[in-house]
Design a protein around this ligand. Structure first.
Ligand code: NAP
Length: 515
């Protein structure tokens, strides 16, 4: 059994307090334990501020980019070992594990490439300068500089590798030291990654610290130059947003919370056509990949009434043929959910949905044998307006078909009842349908993914988060924004307007310093 340690202040410490067990969710075997206490938060922050921060800020963007590239390579070298841990402690199939791990190394590598383009710079010009005086002599230029603080990253259990990797990539490239907190149920993978990062010596001392146990008390010690980036449930997000110290000191907070994501089938999709095929394929992947435990997974499937029977039949067939079982066996396509608590929540959620929807396949009944398995569950809404459909995130392999008339204004209204989402996907080749749809739902979503005949087989589905475009969403989804190229560095940098003689500030800080 592995006893998780925290890496703080330059050494590993075992933590203290009552141990929480970490399980293999397929067998319920105990694999490890983590203790919530024993971390001197003030000392950890001091270490980051006094050691890690100055070391990172002394590096250029190019040097930090090279560090990210080396980190990506290091983790990739251990891919096979990490896949095994992801399968045993996370319940991930080989495909799910690669999705998480390659997402982490791919995002680190992507930001390495972006940063390399900024070469020997330590600040960035933000846009073009502007004349501020009577003549162009008095000039203004916005610049971005690294905030001399700490990035506290709180990650959800479902993406222990990607969640840590994508946050780290942005903060470290910006020059800010990180404290990484892992979601408990799957913490063994995050812990092994932390060991590899520390052992490699790639990141300067103090620039990377790792906490497996609780981090709550650390938030009370943060100051105005620090940033909290959180991923997890809306309930925890609200607790963090309400933290008195974070409010009083205006600490920057970026929240990524849950989301009732949608897939919308346009009335023009034809049976046997590529657009419909893409829709069916993506919905099936979303429902079964990582046993539906993706923040971007589809929860509501909007289908024109006339097509509901055909769509339901096709999805039921695909879901029933999904091979469920021991995650690391080659033929397994879906593993268990991550923990006993997760299993309880998913079953209870399915039961609540069945009050307003009919079960077409799956359901909340326990599956035979040990492990936290749930059958892929597809429901059909009896009343499309029932609030629970639009408000309850069942974080497992479960989604509901919601029939609509085929009218765009109706599906816009239903879709936006989710209260703000990470992603909505739309499948249609009809611009007259797509344009008002995208206009109608874009303000309520961080990402709109449009599938049409020509995109079939061209790209990863809407569940995949890519570093070049933003991840996050308004309202219920947390109101945050991550990634999106250079935008991903903004939580860690300060935008300042420098005003003065153009001959001085234009040359020192202006456009010519941009690549
Ligand atoms: P969670 O229970 O909210 O926990 C998220 C993280 O917050 C964990 O590291 C947790 O630590 C920590 N935490 C719990 N209470 C805290 C507190 N009072 N102060 C500071 N940190 C605290 O969420 P989860 O169950 O891990 O993840 C599932 C949820 O995450 C789903 O709702 C899913 O939609 C959402 N999610 C969103 C995104 C996104 O990018 N928007 C991505 C992935 C998942 P412990 O584990 O030790 O409790």
């Amino acid at each position: 059994m592995i006893a998780l340690s925290n890496y703080v202040g330059g050494s590993w410490n075992a933590g203290s307090g009552d141990a929480k067990s970490l399980h293999n969710p397929a067998t319920e075997e105990i694999l490890g334990e983590v203790r919530p206490g024993g971390v001197d938060f003030a000392a950890a922050l001091h270490h980051a501020r006094e050691k890690g921060g100055p070391a990172l800020r002394a590096m250029t963007f190019g040097e930090r980019a090279a560090m990210l590239k080396a980190l990506s390579k290091k983790l990739h070298e251990h891919r096979d070992e990490l896949i095994e841990i992801s399968g045993s402690n996370g319940g991930n199939t080989r495909g799910d594990a690669k999705f998480d791990l390659d997402g982490a190394t791919g995002t680190l590598a992507w930001y390495a490439q972006l940063g390399a383009g900024y070469g020997d710079r330590r600040h960035l010009a933000d846009g073009e300068g502007a004349q501020l005086g009577r003549t162009a002599r008095f000039w203004g230029q916005h610049i971005l500089t690294t905030r001399p603080g700490v990035a506290v990253h709180i990650n959800a259990f479902n993406f222990p590798a990607w969640g840590m990797g994508e946050k780290m990539a942005c903060a470290l490239l910006a020059g800010v030291p990180v404290v990484e907190k892992a979601g408990t149920p799957s913490a063994l993978l995050a812990y092994r990654i932390a060991q590899l990062v520390v052992e490699s010596g790639i990141v300067p001392e103090g620039a990377f610290q790792f906490i497996g146990g609780s981090i709550t008390g650390m938030l009370d010690l943060l100051g105005p130059m620090d940033t909290v980036a959180f991923t997890g449930s809306a309930v925890t997000a609200a607790l963090i947003r309400g933290n008195k110290n974070l409010i009083a000191r205006n600490v920057r907070i970026n929240l990524e919370a849950d989301s009732i994501n949608s897939a919308i089938l346009g009335p023009d999709a034809e049976e046997g056509g590529d657009t419909l095929e893409q829709f069916l394929g993506n919905v099936t992947v979303d429902m079964t990949q990582k046993a539906g435990q993706k923040c971007t997974a589809v929860r509501r499937i909007f289908v024109p009434e006339a097509m509901v029977g055909m769509v339901a039949e096709a999805l039921v067939e695909r879901l029933r043929s999904t091979k469920i079982g021991a995650p690391l066996e080659a033929e397994t396509r879906m593993g268990p959910v991550a923990s006993a608590a997760q299993l309880r929540d998913v079953r209870a959620g399915i039961d609540r949905l069945t009050e307003v929807a009919e079960v077409l396949t799956g359901g909340s009944a326990p599956m035979s044998g040990p492990g936290y398995f749930v059958a892929p569950t597809l429901l059909r809404a009896k009343d499309p307006a029932a609030p629970v459909l639009h408000e309850l995130e069942v974080f497992g392999p479960c989604a509901t078909i919601v029939p609509y008339s085929g009218k765009v204004e109706e599906v816009v209204d239903l879709c936006n009842r989710g209260g703000g989402g990470l992603v909505a996907s739309a499948y249609s080749d009809d611009r007259k349908f797509l344009e008002p749809l995208v206009h109608g739902i874009a303000p309520w979503h961080g990402r709109v993914w449009v599938g049409s005949e020509k995109t079939h087989g061209q790209a990863l589905g809407p569940g995949a988060v890519l570093p070049a475009t933003i991840h996050g969403g308004p309202g219920r989804a947390g109101g945050g924004e991550e990634l999106g190229g250079l935008r991903g560095l903004m939580p860690y940098m300060q935008r300042t307007a420098i005003q003065g003689d153009r001959a001085i500030i234009g040359r020192a800080f202006g456009d010519e310093t941009n690549p």
